[in-house]
Design a protein around this ligand. Structure first.
Ligand code: GTP
Ligand code: MG
Ligand code: NA
Length: 457
């Protein structure tokens, strides 16, 4: 396939970091949305995707010295939000495997934390270039915010005390990165971008430094990584999430990095029972600056070119698995080869969902959150014998009820972020199957352990 650096695609940028460092807030400020406020427990439990068009980048970078909006060659950014909570390592890994570069968010008041270090390891292992957002600078005592100012100037204009505190905390963070074997420096003091990772100080909350961060990423990606961003016809597409949506059935959210998807294309992807082959019925995208994981009005397209976050509608997606590539068969004779390829990747992935003969029944809204919940249950030594994605139906209760003969405490459904159908609840009440519902995964464990104690007494 032909590649020139004349036509660049949007870089896929993954936001990683410890819980509550301000990843989602940063995206909210960029998008001028309020996704973070609406999150259950204030934590992110799914991967998100947002397309930031070039016009929004230019607007945001107006105040940045040394940034020439005319020189922006990128059509935009595709930004992937990830959860920082411990249990969601699967989604951090998935996000970082998809991206061209990453923003590692560090809370200036806390420095490096466990999931910061976990994220660094992922990035280093995959050789993913990244930029550090040293966030929450507005929490420095006496800080005077001004998001319309270049952050370098803004720091200089602070009173003595916040300037000193900034320097101290910066130095401490630099030392902590050095302990991880990484050289880091403020973006405007970086002596060699190939050796030092740049730090941009930010306030995701008030907007300070966000323009500098975006300008830095734009420049860094279109100069140092232009080759990687040359648009190319060869398909590079991964399934990010599998979601059951009312009225639409089971849909998949994909990250289309390169190449194009067309309505009618025959896609081949992994499913729990083997490769799935199905024609694309519809291609949807949220509007620019809208978060893909939040319910929005979608726009329909006959063709979509990468890089974009795309919702694909097709039949037979109920058993689709997230985290693996999606292929398009253009010719009859490609089908068998692609199926084999998918099967192989599937065999590897299925190792992670190991069911036991006795255990609870687990249900979640997406495969990503299901995996996180299972990971969490494993760490708590709570066995599970069955799983499903989407609302709890009578047939799920039926499956869970088989445990009544073995071990009553396991005749339980842990339902994360899903509805329980009325007839399913009635049936469960009759049969003696308990259903616990929660929108924060940690609450399900609490509920189950409490119930277990009750049963013992
Ligand atoms: P997870 O997705 O759960 O890992 O968290 P996150 O990294 O997305 O952090 P989130 O955006 O949920 O922010 C966590 C809290 O920190 C919220 O209460 C935010 O309002 C606050 N916060 C985020 N950025 C800043 C900042 O720059 N300054 C201040 N003062 N607070 C911030
Ligand atoms: Mg978040
Ligand atoms: Na949070």
């Amino acid at each position: 396939a032909k590649r020139t650096t004349d036509v660049l695609r949007a870089p896929v940028i993954c936001v990683l970091g410890h819980v509550d460092t301000g990843k989602t807030k940063m995206l909210d400020t960029i998008r001028r949305t309020n996704v973070q406020d609406g999150e259950a427990g204030g934590i992110t439990q799914q991967i998100g995707a947002t397309q930031v068009p070039a016009s929004a980048i230019k607007e945001r970078c107006k105040m940045v010295k040394d940034f020439d909006p005319e020189g922006l060659k990128l059509p935009g950014f595709l930004i992937i939000d990830t959860p920082g909570h411990e249990s969601f390592a699967n989604l951090r890994s998935r996000g970082s495997s998809l991206c061209d570069l990453a923003i590692l968010v560090v809370d200036i008041m806390h420095g490096l934390e466990p999931q910061t270090i976990e994220s660094i390891k992922l990035l280093v292992k995959r050789r993913t270039p990244f930029v550090i957002a040293l966030n929450k600078i507005d929490r420095l005592y006496g800080w005077e915010s001004n998001p319309r100012k270049d952050v370098r100037q803004l720091i200089k204009s602070q009173a003595n005390s916040p300037q000193l505190e900034f320097k101290e905390r910066l130095q401490k963070t630099v030392a902590e990165f050095a302990e991880q074997g990484l050289n880091v420096a403020l973006a405007w003091e970086n002596p060699d971008p190939n050796e030092y990772i740049s730090i941009v100080p930010t306030s995701a909350f008030l907007g300070d430094g966000i323009g500098n961060l975006m300008a830095h990423i734009a420049q860094y990606s279109q100069t140092t990584h232009a080759k990687k961003l040359a648009y190319c016809e060869e398909l590079d597409c991964s399934v990010m999430e599998v979601k059951a949506l009312p009225g639409l059935g089971t849909t998949i959210d994909v990250i289309l990095v390169n190449g194009a998807l067309h309505v009618g294309d025959i896609i081949i992807l992994a499913g729990t029972d083997g490769p799935i082959m199905t024609p694309i019925r519809e291609l949807l995208m949220p509007q620019p600056l809208k978060e893909m994981r939040v319910k929005n009005a979608y726009e329909h397209f006959p063709v979509i070119k990468g890089a974009q976050g795309v919702k694909v509608l097709a039949k037979n997606l109920e058993k689709a698995l997230a985290g693996l590539p999606l292929f398009v068969a253009h010719r009859e004779d490609e089908v068998d080869l692609l199926r084999e390829q998918v099967q192989e990747q599937l065999n590897q992935a299925l190792h992670s969902i190991k069911l036991t003969s006795e255990g609870v029944y687990v249900q979640a809204s997406t495969l990503g959150s299901l995996e996180a919940l299972l990971e969490f249950l494993r760490s708590q030594k709570i066995p599970y014998c069955g799983v499903n994605i989407g609302p709890v139906h009578k047939k799920d209760v039926l499956k869970a009820s088989t445990m009544l003969e073995h071990n009553a405490e396991f005749a339980t459904i842990l339902a994360f972020d899903v509805k329980v159908e009325r007839d399913a609840q009635l049936y469960a009440d009759n049969e003696g199957v308990r259903i616990f519902q929660a929108d924060i995964i940690y609450h399900l464990q609490d509920a189950f352990l409490k119930y277990r104690e009750e049963l013992k007494q």
